[in-house]
Design a protein around this ligand. Structure first.
Ligand SMILES: Nc1ncnc2c1ncn2[C@@H]1O[C@H](COP(=O)(O)OP(=O)(O)OP(=O)(O)O)[C@@H](O)[C@H]1O
Ligand SMILES: [Mg+2]
Length: 483
């Protein structure tokens, strides 16, 4: 559960915050002044602090300054009444995450809190690359042993020790954001701010002001001066996600920041200097956008100095099993679904699928299967129908498809199955491997013969009566709905 610390001396505000975040999986602790808040921070280790600017005792600004002396990262949102916005702006320069005007607009407050909590998590949860699945701190890692992923890890390592700009490309769900966070966590800026901005999610006309801030009156609606992300993130790292969606004038400003670290706020004429590392990502082919003059060529070359091109999951099928194990463990723990495992045939079906949504889709499939599976072992029947389509794209019968995953695989498929069963046995000590193999063989034979018991018995080299007994023992008939 996320922890929010509210520092405000008004009982009304404390009460309404508890009401607003009730049932939202956010634990609210309150302090009535700066001193009390500062004492509480090391005790409760909040993920986010919301604080009034004007309070009795030490001011909000002084409290923020003291928070920053011991913690450079915890997001602090300041709350201010009209007329004190200048103080709020100073607070932003001191490293506040954002500020809110009183009286609150509740949906806006909630949105800001959700975003700040994400920023807090991004900075706190260290993304490790090449994590060990059986180690304690595997919790957030980039999984993959295939060759293309080994190259990705090498580049992350190189980028982490340098301060260079990086461009991360790859289809949706391949892990671009995860890689950006890994670079940050292993860089010398890891104790400074990390801010992720999704350029596609912010309306074009507001993005420039979001990134660079604006002066009062610079456009309709700009009633106050605003500090942008680049200023706020001075010393830290900015992740510009979906950079391909940025307008040409904003691109020009980004180029200038990259070249000499300066920019002007929208409507301003004073050059501001910052030291910010930029990591950009896109799932659009930027080369094409450059050819169509939708993306500045000079900016493209400036970003493309070091590029990490993430492979699609179908280009690294050998990692699928590893990822499945990782998500089984991670989802089992975070969603309290216990330890579950995929039956070898189900894993084979996952390995044969094309994964247009890449790792994100795989994560969703594992979660869904864990929820719908009736036992601790997830069977091919627990998977959605699309997993019964052969790689060539020709739809086949469900039961036949699962069997085809054995017959159509490479010569080492038997050792693959054995390996999977051993893994299951290690996770679940009650699993008996030899009967499990026997069961898989019977199921495969029945699928091969479309449920014909005479032919199956012949294939297996046993009598029909023995086959029947085994089917009963292993409850095969009910599960496969074989007639
Ligand atoms: N190699 C990996 N190991 C473990 N988890 C991964 C890996 N790659 C991606 N994920 C997980 O898959 C999900 C999608 O990853 P992420 O958000 O980084 O993708 P993306 O490339 O930014 O996608 P999009 O283009 O849609 O924004 C996340 O939950 C992430 O943790
Ligand atoms: Mg992304």
């Amino acid at each position: 559960m996320d922890k929010l610390l509210l520092i405000d001396d008004e009982a009304d505000v404390q009460y309404s915050f508890r009401r607003i975040f009730e049932g939202a999986d956010i634990e609210v602790t309150t302090a009535s002044g700066g001193e009390e808040g500062l004492k509480l921070i090391p005790q409760i280790k909040p993920d986010l602090v919301l604080m009034d600017v004007r309070m009795g005792g030490i001011t909000g600004l002084e409290t923020l300054r003291r928070i920053r002396q011991s913690d450079t990262k915890i997001p602090v949102i300041l709350m201010t009444a009209y007329g004190t916005t200048q103080t709020a702006i100073e607070a932003m320069k001191l490293g506040a995450y954002d500020y809110l005007l009183k009286p609150f607009d509740v949906p806006k407050l909630k949105e800001l809190v959700v975003n700040a909590l994400k920023a807090s998590r991004d900075m706190k949860q260290v993304v490790s690359y090449q994590p060990l699945l059986d180690s304690e701190d595997y919790a957030l890692g980039i999984i993959g042993r295939s060759e293309p992923m080994q190259n990705v890890f090498k580049l992350i390592g190189q980028l982490a020790v340098s301060d260079a700009t990086a461009l991360i490309t790859g289809e949706s769900g391949t892990g671009k954001e995860l890689v950006a966070r890994a670079i940050y966590h292993h860089s010398r800026r890891s104790n400074q701010t990390f801010l992720a901005i999704n350029c596609a999610a912010i309306p074009e006309n507001l993005l420039e002001s979001e990134l660079f801030g604006h002066e009062r009156g610079s456009f309709t609606g700009a009633t106050n001066q605003r500090i942008g992300k680049f200023e706020q993130c001075n010393g830290g790292t900015i992740f510009l996600d979906e950079i391909g969606d940025m307008s040409l004038p904003t691109q020009a400003k980004i180029l200038r920041v990259l070249q000499n670290g300066t920019f002007e706020r929208v409507g301003g004429n004073q050059a501001i200097t910052v030291d910010v590392r930029v990591i950009a990502a896109t799932n659009k082919p930027l080369e094409q956008a450059v050819a169509k003059r939708e993306f500045r060529e000079d900016l493209f070359y400036r970003l493309n100095v070091v590029r990490i091109a993430l492979p699609a999951l179908r280009e690294r099928r050998s990692d699928i099993r590893l990822l499945v194990d990782y998500f089984l463990k991670k989802i089992g723990e975070t969603h309290k679904l216990g330890r579950k495992a995929f039956a070898p045939l189900a894993v084979a079906a996952l390995e044969n699928y094309d994964w247009p949504g890449n790792v994100r889709e795989l994560e969703n499939v594992v979660q869904r299967s864990m929820v719908v599976a009736k036992s601790d072992v997830i069977l091919p029947q627990d998977l959605a129908p699309e997993f019964c389509v052969r790689s060539a794209g020709k739809p086949v019968e469900r039961t036949e498809a699962a069997a085809s995953t054995i017959t159509a695989s490479e010569p080492n498929s038997f050792s693959t199955i054995a390996e999977q069963l051993f893994r299951l046995a290690r996770a679940d000590t009650t699993l008996k491997v030899i009967p499990a193999v026997e069961r898989e063989l019977i199921v495969a034979a029945l699928k091969e013969t479309k449920g014909n018991q005479v032919q199956s018995a012949k294939l297996l080299g046993i009598t029909r009566a023995t086959l029947r007994k085994r089917m009963e023992k292993f409850k095969i008939r009910q599960e496969l709905s074989i007639q």
